[in-house]
Design a protein around this ligand. Structure first.
Ligand code: MG
Length: 383
């Protein structure tokens, strides 16, 4: 079997209403999909998380020409081929994000070729369904009082839809963040609540907000600090009780070893569409497992990445093992996203706040080729 053709699809949606978090605001959504076709016609799809135009150039001009003619089933070997081709000048960043989408597409292709789902290829499923948490409560451009009311109403709405777990955004300013944390707990006394600052705090600020999260029984504090300062996570962990989650900006087994080794992070969150793909996410899970850390992927994209994260969670051994399953939970972004919800003939089945693990070959989702036309910015093809 040989790789015959590699296509990329840059898709874009203009948002009806911009939304923001601690670092910037979004007015559009973009994604870069990779389509790999083997010489027998078997096709695999993958997704890159990040700047689509730059990924498109990296794949089209650099990786795709080198991959043509190679065996698409040799996923680990191809990963290390790509790693070596770009090792001297791109040990991470965009090139690794580009490799992630290619690797995801290769796993989808391999599953379809062998008649196995990606979670079976990963070693087998521990669970058939996975509970989801609602990610939302993004900032909007309005006065703080109105914003707080709007965020609480949004969260209560998700609770009424069946979500028992929800993640809010913090990192706006310490006063607003503290008020929002208290208001969410008051409105949702029995919910599992998490807070994500997207690395907005310095260490003293993170300690202060960490105490507020402790007081209100939050389940994790996500990206409290910038990933550059891995020793600060340990300093923060020594001061607060709420578990610390991070990793969506980190890549590769080497990056996660550096991030997790000081012992300050309790939940590792690689994004499969950025960290190095499925091949590398499995290695990151092994690194994390050796340190007693569980992995809950960051998932903020289209149905391809959501399917990959679902298979990854389905196949994950929980550290430490015990008879009663628990801990696996899938991030489900609830902001409007037609690139996730409108472009698939077969999608991952989501039943209220539970996702059913696909059992069809590959990722188990089928792209609707005609539906993607209206979102297309640019397509490339190398053969
Ligand atoms: Mg996050």
């Amino acid at each position: 079997m040989k790789i015959d053709c590699i296509r990329t699809h840059h898709l874009r949606d203009e948002l009806d209403e911009p939304f923001g978090f601690s670092q910037w605001s979004y007015s559009t959504r973009n994604t870069l999909w990779v389509e790999i076709v083997a010489d027998d016609g078997t096709t695999g799809w993958g997704e890159c998380y990040g700047p689509a135009e730059v990924y498109q150039a990296a794949i089209t001009s650099f990786y795709a020409p080198r991959l043509l003619g190679l065996d698409p089933l040799a996923t680990d070997r191809l990963w290390h081929n790509m790693w070596q081709w770009s090792l001297d000048f791109a040990r991470g960043g965009i090139m690794m994000g580009a490799m992630s989408g290619i690797d995801m597409a290769l796993w989808d292709l391999k599953g379809k070729s062998l008649g196995m789902s990606v979670s079976e290829l990963m070693g087998g499923r521990y669970r058939k369904s996975i509970p989801c948490y609602a990610t939302g409560m993004y900032f909007k451009d309005m006065p703080e009082g109105a914003l707080l009311d709007s965020l609480v109403a949004e969260a209560v709405g998700y609770r009424e839809q069946g979500f028992k777990a929800l993640k809010i955004k913090v990192g706006k300013n310490l006063d607003f963040d503290s008020r929002q944390i208290a208001a969410m707990r008051e409105a949702l006394p029995d919910a599992m609540l998490m807070a994500d600052s997207n690395h907005a705090y310095d260490l003293p600020e993170a300690i202060r907000i960490g105490h507020v999260l402790d007081e209100h029984g939050f389940a994790w504090f996500e990206e409290p600090l910038s990933p550059e300062y891995e020793t600060q996570f340990r300093q923060l962990h020594n001061k607060i009780g709420v578990p610390i989650a991070t990793g969506e900006c980190e890549q590769t087994r080497y990056g996660f070893r550096r991030l997790l080794s000081p012992g300050g992070v309790q939940i590792a969150q690689p994004d499969i569409a950025y960290c190095g793909g499925i091949s590398e996410a499995l290695k990151i899970r092994t690194i994390a497992s050796s340190l007693g850390v569980n992995v809950i992927p960051h998932c903020w994209g289209t149905m391809l990445n959501l399917a990959a994260a679902t298979h990854f969670l389905a196949s994950g051994y929980r550290e430490p093992g015990r008879a009663e399953d628990g801990g696996a939970i899938l991030e489900l972004d609830r902001t409007p996203n037609p690139l996730r919800d409108e472009l698939f003939e077969t999608a991952v089945e989501i039943d209220r706040a539970t996702v059913h693990v696909p059992t069809a070959p590959g990722l188990g989702v089928i792209v609707n080729r005609s539906a993607i036309e209206s979102f297309r910015v640019k397509k490339t093809e190398i053969r």
